[in-house]
Design a protein around this ligand. Structure first.
Ligand SMILES: *Cc1c(COP(=O)(O)O)cnc(C)c1O
Length: 390
């Protein structure tokens, strides 16, 4: 198998599994218990919080564990909206957010909030002038993702953070794709709330965290026992938390090397596709993109068909409607770039890890070239296009 879908999820690293195991077996005690068998779990949770805070430039008490990126996004946006209700009801986000953000915003729209969905340019970048123009006296929250999950574009988070700080507006960022892949510092970037997820950085699935800057009045998410300082009730997922921290340590240790390796592989794959396959175009900014992200539209081809053909060869990739499993609607992200629906449907996302090799990528390009050719041979649109060119 050649795995090129690391933006969907990553393999849990062996050292992460290793770190988690004792917390299923010997150290299974409830971390809330006051007897000594609970102590090991409590200590591990505290240590994990310290490790993750340090990786973000945050304080341990600003880290709240959740059950994933989706929960963190829901919490951040709903709780910020509710706690700032007296100040206003206007929220600014973008058209290219993950559905965890977009659907939370539509939920709030039905409950009396107004949401501005900012356009992005052809390369996927948020326009700061448009953001400035969208600000209103009743704007209470800006939520812009750190890096996009489909096209890998890295947004101008520092500029957005500065602007939000200057205007006294809360700034939340969905950093699920960025955390562990590129440097993220909540203080340098003036981030007030940040969502992250363990399974996107070789940690366990169903484990995430929300950073909430201390002093902010953002309410609790789950009500029950007093866990997470009463902010997110429920017995802590101790193995998950330990695994998350192990993944964060590993990612920090490897980051420089991983960025170097993956960017080289990414640029190699982009160059090979551009030289081998006609009528394709790269989606997303060429430089300002995550080290492992490659996203192409192949004209006259359905991305979903390519995904299935590559799957038969043992290659895992994603189509243009990634993340909404089962859906074949063209991606909202690609439409926001201004692609027409046909080109959006012809998109293929390949997201690399440091373990991929050039040989694997050569193999994938061969398969891809062959599959694209076969699909185009069956396409009436392609036939018409060739006729017109003659
Ligand atoms: C994967 C992802 C999420 C959702 O995270 P889960 O942990 O799978 O719930 C949210 N935002 C972005 C940008 C993602 O890539």
């Amino acid at each position: 198998m050649i795995y090129l879908d690391n933006a969907a999820t990553t393999k849990t690293a062996p050292e992460v599994v290793e770190a988690m195991l004792p917390y299923f077996t010997e150290c299974f005690g409830n971390p809330g218990a006051i007897y000594s068998a609970g102590f090991a779990g409590r200590k591990a949770v505290n240590e994990a919080r310290r490790i993750i805070a340090e990786a973000l430039g945050a304080k341990p008490e600003e880290i709240y564990f959740t059950a994933g990126g989706t929960e963190s996004d829901n919490w951040a946006i709903k709780a910020a909206a509710e706690s700032c209700r007296h100040k206003g009801r206007h929220i600014i986000t973008t058209k290219i957010e993950h559905h965890a953000v977009l659907h939370t915003c539509t939920y709030l729209e039905k409950r009396g909030y107004e949401v501005t969905y900012l356009e992005v340019d052809r390369e996927g970048l948020v326009d700061l002038k448009a953001l400035r123009a969208a600000l209103r006296p009743d704007t209470i929250l800006i939520s812009v993702m750190f890096a996009n999950n489909e096209i890998g574009v890295i947004e101008p988070v520092k500029e957005i953070g500065d602007l939000a700080r200057e205007r006294g507006i809360l700034f939340h960022t969905d950093a699920v794709q960025a955390f562990g892949q590129i440097p993220v510092d909540v203080n340098l970037l003036h981030i007030d709330m940040l969502s992250a997820s363990a399974h996107k950085l070789n940690g366990p699935k169903g484990m995430g965290m929300l950073y909430i800057r201390s002093g902010l009045k953002v309410g609790s998410f789950l009500h029950g026992g007093g866990q997470e300082k009463g902010m997110r009730a429920g017995t802590e997922n101790v193995p998950g938390i330990v695994g998350f921290a192990a993944a964060v340590s590993r990612a920090g240790r490897m980051m420089e090397d991983k960025i170097r390796r993956e960017s080289a592989l990414r640029d190699y794959l982009i160059a090979r596709i551009e030289e081998q396959i006609p009528y394709c175009s790269l989606n997303g900014h060429r430089e300002r993109r995550l080290p492992g992200n490659v996203n192409f539209s192949f004209r006259f081809v359905q991305g979903e068909a390519l995904v299935l053909m590559l799957d038969m060869k043992g290659v895992c990739v994603s189509g243009g409607s990634a993340c909404t499993s089962g859906s074949t609607d063209p991606s909202h992200v690609l439409l926001a770039l201004g692609l027409n629906p046909e080109d959006a449907e012809g998109a293929l996302r390949m997201t690399l890890s440091e373990e991929n090799t050039k040989e694997e990528l050569d193999t994938v390009v061969e398969y891809l070239k062959d599959s694209v050719r076969k699909l185009r041979e069956m396409s009436p649109l392609y036939e018409a296009f060739l006729k017109k060119r003659k």
